[in-house]
Design a protein around this ligand. Sequence first.
Ligand code: F6R
Length: 243
Amino acid sequence: FRLAREASCHVASQIAALIRKRSDENKACVLGLATGSTPVSVYKELVRLHRDEGLSFKNVVTFNLDEYFPMQSNELQSYVRFMNEHLFDHIDIDPANVHIPDGTLAEADVPAFCQRYEEQIVEAGGIDIQILGIGRTGHIGFNEPGSGPNSRTRMITLDRLTRNDAASDFFGEEYVPRRAITMGVGTISDATQIYLLAFGEGKAPVVAQSVEGPITPNIPATYLQEHPDARFILDEAAAEQLT
Ligand code: F6R
């Protein structure tokens, strides 16, 4: 796409079409959602479709990719807060259908929570559409370099570069949490359809490596090459280094 805005509207319209189709069939539509700056305009367009075109989210179930650990849900950088502000507060989704990894847990409770998160995805029928961004390390979710293709929801240690990229959100790299809870590469790969969005020239090198480079745990996004229905949705700047 020439512009990020056009790309975002395209993805939002694909999501809206599936929500409506599932609603006509009286079925749930299960969405895997990402945070960060990239998907903001997708959520903006979904909110517009709800407000102006009657798109209902009553049959929608969501699972977010990740959350910093530890993280209280009312903190500025919380992904719970992010999702409420950008999407959930503006649509008619049932709060019981929203799932986000819990950054408030005691550390000892994290493994059981992660296992339960996996089960909840399965019980919901599996993820129909997964939205992803990509980090400069090649992470999807917070699956940093070294994450295996079969990894599941778990606690991870954030890469230095990722913490550096988050520094401005936290008013200094030293305040960025060192860990996060994330869906695994295996969890993500189980989604029927995947849209990875990347905008801007800063993402161009990692996009080219992810799409055209060899599949490697050093760049977890390369695993998407093996997925039967994964698309990279790019603006011109992010696509610049593709051959
Ligand atoms: C966020 C997430 C991350 C981001 C990635 C890009 O839930 O899982 O993988 O998608 O760090 O972040 P932005 O969009 O801010 O460049």
